[in-house]
Design a protein around this ligand. Structure first.
Ligand code: ATP
Length: 309
């Protein structure tokens, strides 16, 4: 793309993202790219019609140089799933125009959040880096996969958003966390094997596998996770703390200060196998995942993603 920063560009926009603000965002992106003709070598803006549409559109995006995903982490996840269905050499580079309530992938990349104009300016001047993508039982995730109470919290925030709560981001996460944690009685027994090492018996209340540092709208569960290092960062509990300690840990995790606690362990891995006694709550980028057996792995250098320069 020597003559334009983004080349032939497809914007995949979720008009319903961020309580309907996605539509205004899509219009703004259209006007911005029209006015800034040298930013692209021609562009299209396509609006999604419903769940999974972004995956279908991205899978058909061979021949574009750049895909810009406009919306929250849900639509970015769907675009990543579509791109990962293409051969590596046919995958357009990915840029994100974050418009959502959590925006954890935007936090990882350092993109402006809920400010379409600022994000577009960053994308035009940005630089693409190779980033990894995680896979769970074959399904890609670009930011987070978790099991147990933290997954239950994430899924509760999704349900509450769908039923019209006015809360967003951290406030939404904390309210769900209080609700789920105060009803928590026990962990989820699991046999875990990292990188084919000896199996460990754990009882998980927290088990997060991260490409980038945060989940839940900014909780830095793996504060040093680097999406370009070809490794997954994992945070899990090795003890079952009483409720007050659990609440304190959650507070510390907002700032990534839980890492010194004797209750948790952090490590990096390339692969991970988990076998649960009973089906745990599980989410990948906020989407529910079902099952008791999970094969998790990293695909290093899976995508070229634009970072602000
Ligand atoms: N046109 C549409 N109508 C209804 N739902 C859609 C449409 N397009 C996409 N979706 C679904 O909306 C879900 C949520 O979208 P998205 O993540 O973009 O916004 P959000 O929920 O506001 O943000 P966040 O995930 O940060 O809270 C996606 O998982 C997708 O399946």
């Amino acid at each position: 793309m020597p003559d334009s920063p983004l080349g032939r560009t497809l914007v995949i926009a979720n008009p319903t993202a961020h309580s309907g603000r996605g539509e205004d965002g899509a219009r703004f992106a259209q006007e911005f790219l029209q006015s800034y003709a040298s930013a692209t070598r021609g562009f299209e803006v396509v609006r999604t019609q419903g769940p999974a549409d972004a995956t279908r559109i991205a899978r058909g995006a061979r021949g574009f140089d750049t895909i810009l995903a406009l919306g929250g982490d849900g639509v970015i996840h769907e675009v990543v799933c579509g791109l990962m269905a293409l051969p590596r050499e046919a995958r357009p580079q990915l840029g994100v125009i974050p418009l959502g309530s959590g925006n954890d992938y935007a936090r990882t990349l350092g993109m402006a959040r809920n400010d379409v104009e600022a994000a577009l300016a960053q994308l035009v001047r940005g630089r693409a880096c190779h980033v990894e993508v995680g896979r769970v039982n074959g399904t890609p995730f670009m930011q987070t996969l978790s099991f147990g109470l933290d997954a239950a919290i994430a899924l509760d925030t999704t349900d509450r958003r769908a039923t019209g709560t006015s809360q967003e981001g951290e406030a939404l996460f904390v309210t769900s966390a209080l609700r789920i944690l105060s009803n928590a009685r026990e962990g989820f027994p699991v046999r875990a094997s990292f990188d084919r090492e000896k199996t460990q018996d754990l009882s998980t209340i927290i088990f997060a596998v991260q490409v980038g540092p945060s989940y839940g709208g900014g909780f830095k569960i793996c504060p040093n996770a680097d999406p370009t290092d070809g490794l997954l960062d994992v945070c899990y509990n090795v003890k079952l703390p009483a409720l007050p300690r659990l609440m304190a840990l959650l507070g510390l995790a907002r700032l990534g200060r839980h890492t010194g606690s004797s209750v948790v362990r952090l490590r990096r891995c390339r692969s991970l196998t988990l076998d649960f006694d009973r089906e745990p709550p599980c989410q990948a980028d906020g989407e529910k995942v079902c099952g008791t057996h999970f094969d998790v792995s990293v695909v290093p250098d899976a995508l070229d993603v634009i970072f602000p320069s």
